[in-house]
Design a protein around this ligand. Structure first.
Ligand code: NI
Length: 154
């Protein structure tokens, strides 16, 4: 039989209320059942989320700029991964929240590491990495470019 382990989770009451409401709507009988499914999905999703090899994509984060140290930590990380971050756009969303969108490019494993380090910074409330393999894009573009040149010579 599978070994079952128990552990405690602390989170803001408001977040837990919203979670309870959603999982009740979905028909879960308890939190453990819902969390087990979420963890399984998360593990699967990470396998499919990012292709192997060279990738290009965007990393979007939302953070509360009042959280102590968040901005200097983010700047440090963005310098550490300067080779993979092509550009960053910052928007002051409201009094508390900032949105940053980074265009990222590089080896899939490096891009994954950079996204994980940035999303896990304390104060970052939301983070999403979206990537496309650049090798596949190249293969699709090449025959088109060739065809275009061919038409012009006749
Ligand atoms: Ni801002």
């Amino acid at each position: 039989m599978e070994e079952i382990q128990r552990f405690g989770i602390s989170m803001p009451a408001e977040l837990l209320d919203a979670f309870d409401e959603l999982i009740t709507e979905q028909g879960y009988r308890n939190r453990s059942e819902a969390i087990r499914d979420i963890v399984r999905n998360y593990l699967l999703q990470r396998q499919w989320e990012i292709p192997n090899g060279q990738v290009v994509g965007t990393l979007t984060i939302v953070y509360d700029h009042h959280t102590r140290g968040v901005e200097s930590r983010l700047v440090d990380l963005q310098h550490d991964y300067g080779g993979q971050i092509r550009c960053t756009t910052h928007v002051h969303l409201d009094l508390d929240n900032c949105v940053e969108v980074m265009v990222v490019q590089g080896e899939a494993e490096q891009v994954r590491k950079l996204a994980d380090s940035i999303i896990s910074v304390r104060g970052v409330k939301h983070g999403q990495l979206t990537c496309t393999g650049v090798v596949n894009l190249g293969q699709q573009n090449h025959p088109h470019a060739h065809q275009h040149g061919h038409d012009h010579t006749h």
